[in-house]
Every structure is written in C-alpha cells, then in structure tokens.
Design a protein around this ligand. Structure first.
Ligand SMILES: Cc1cc2nc3c(=O)[nH]c(=O)nc-3n(C[C@H](O)[C@H](O)[C@H](O)COP(=O)(O)OP(=O)(O)OC[C@H]3O[C@@H](n4cnc5c(N)ncnc54)[C@H](O)[C@@H]3O)c2cc1C
Length: 268
C-alpha cells in the first residue's frame, strides 16, 4: 500500500552549529489541521536525487506534537544526498517544501513515566528534545510524574551541543530534570563534564542503585514472565550512531539490566 505523503513547508531554518553544519528546521503541514505523533517518533522524508531516483531518509522529530507543525535537527553528512538537500532548502516566504510520510517508530517513552536515562550524541538529541517538551511543557501540566529524568548528552566540542541553552533552562525550571552535557574534546575554557556519555551514564546507574539500596548487577528477571508483565522502575533511551548505542547497551547489560529496559534508535 502506498504511504500517504504530506507536503511540509519550511518556515524556519537556523544554523545551530557552524562547525558541524547542523540545522534546526521548523516545518508546517499546510494540508493538515493537526499532525499527531508520539514524542520520539520519526518522519520519512522523500525527494528525487540528481539522477531522478527517489530517495527516502528517516528523521527524528525534534519537537513534541503541536498543531500541524514539527521540528527537525539535521547535520550535513559529507557526500550524503538528503542531509544536504535539507540543509540547502530556503526558508524565505513561502518556504521550500519536502514530502514526508509518517509518523513512524517505537522510540517512545514507556507509560506510565518512570525514572529515565536519556543518552544521546550529536543529532541523536532530536527525539530527546521531543521527550523533554512532552514531559515538561511550558504551557501545560507537567507529565513527568515527579520521576527523575537524566539527559546525558555528548559531543566533541561545545559548539556542537545543540539546544544546550534550552536544556540548561529546563534543568533550572525542573528539579527532576538533570542535564549532563559532556565533551570528549573540550577546550580549556569548558567548565562542565568531560569524557564519553557511557561514563556519566554509569555513574547515574551506580549512584541511583546505592541511593535506593538496590543490588548491582540487578538480579535476573524470571525468564518465564510474559512480556506484558515486564515492568521496570527505570528505562534507558539511547539515540545516535551505532557505535555509541552498542557501547551503552553493553554497559547496561553489564549492570544486569534487562534488554526490554533499553530502548534505542540507531541513525546508521
Ligand atoms: C530512525 C532514524 C532517525 C534519524 N534521525 C536523524 C535526525 O534526527 N537527524 C539526522 O541528522 N540524521 C538522522 N538520521 C540519519 C538520516 O536518516 C540519514 O542517514 C542522514 O541524514 C544521512 O543521509 P544522507 O542522504 O545525507 O547520506 P547518505 O547518502 O545516505 O549516506 C552517506 C554516508 O554517511 C553515513 N551516515 C549516515 N548517517 C550519518 C550520520 N548521521 N553521521 C555520519 N555519517 C552518517 C552513511 O552510512 C553513508 O556511508 C536518522 C536515521 C534513522 C534510521
């Protein structure tokens, strides 16, 4: 069955990192009254390349659902078709358009909300921004149920921490939102965390277990338990390139975490 395509018009495009050529995009779907999706889902964007061949790429929605709009966060990939196609769109009125279908995907928060560790590198922060907007809306009731939400966000340089000011502001506004930005190649002036996301995530897991008096590694879950009865008091949500995702998953498995406790999205 052909998927229904929607035309998305670019209303705004901001270069949010010169060094990594990353853009924040705001699209509007003029043909739809609303565009409902669950925070964390992605859209598939469709366009013809220079040879007239149809190309499709997935992009996480970088915002929570709001009327007929959605945001994206995309960096140029050298030699890549679609990322450069998006980065070259013009946002001048009336704005260039792309075709999209969706929403798609299962990278969404477990309900009811539990303590959660969000781990991202690079543009993998896009769905985390959507989670944050959904959990802690500026103009509506808080949906976090008071649970601890950690965002562990890693990049190489400070200039590549997308939405850094937004997350800092959110952490000031919400005491149960903990923002840990870490740089693997920080300059001397950086006063924040250093190193890889894995290390900081491990500290969170260890400190939480100690604080709650929980054994680590966690005891194995009864394998005969039906899937529907598998419930955990903490989940990890990981998004980014495969190397990082694999390494974070491995660490969590080492703490005895069940694979159903680890939800991930790989970009490559
Ligand atoms: C579910 C899902 C959600 C995604 N969400 C986002 C998003 O929010 N933002 C975003 O920027 N990208 C996202 N991606 C990646 C995106 O779909 C494209 O792969 C990316 O934009 C490159 O496409 P391209 O056509 O420019 O390059 P291509 O011509 O497809 O690829 C060129 C080369 O670059 C490699 N490559 C692919 N992606 C990356 C990358 N991110 N960094 C470095 N090398 C890469 C490929 O393996 C290939 O060798 C997502 C991917 C998936 C599967």
């Amino acid at each position: 069955m052909a998927r229904e395509l929607h035309t998305a018009r670019l209303e705004r495009k901001d270069l949010i990192s010169e060094s990594s050529q990353c853009y924040h995009f705001e699209f509007v779907l003029d043909g739809l009254e609303s565009f409902p999706f669950v925070a964390g889902q992605f859209i598939s964007a469709v366009a013809e390349d220079g040879d007239g061949k149809q190309q499709t790429r997935a992009y996480s929605i970088a915002s929570a659902a709001r009327s007929n709009r959605f945001d994206l966060c995309v960096n140029r990939v050298e030699g890549g078709f679609f990322s450069n196609h998006l980065a070259d769109l013009a946002d001048l009125t009336p704005g260039d358009t792309i075709e999209v279908h969706g929403p798609h995907g299962y990278f969404v928060l477990k309900q009811p909300v539990t303590d959660s560790i969000l781990v991202a590198t690079g543009t993998g922060v896009a769905p985390m921004r959507a989670f944050a907007q959904w959990l802690f809306p500026e103009d509506g009731p808080d949906r976090s149920l008071g649970k601890d939400i950690w965002l562990v966000y890693g990049t190489r340089h400070e200039s590549e921490l997308y939405y850094h000011a937004e997350f800092e502001a959110l952490a000031r506004r919400k005491p149960n939102f903990h923002y840990l930005a870490t740089l693997s190649r920080a300059g001397e002036s950086w006063g924040g965390l250093r190193g890889y996301v894995q290390e900081h995530m491990s500290k969170i897991v260890e400190e939480r277990a100690a604080r709650l008096g929980l054994p680590l590694p966690a005891p194995a879950v009864d394998p005969t338990l039906p899937k529907s009865e598998l419930k955990f008091d903490i989940y990890a949500y990981i998004c980014g390139l495969n190397n990082m995702v694999a390494s974070v998953r491995e660490r969590l498995a080492g703490y005895g975490w069940h694979r159903k406790q680890i939800i991930f999205e790989r970009y490559d």
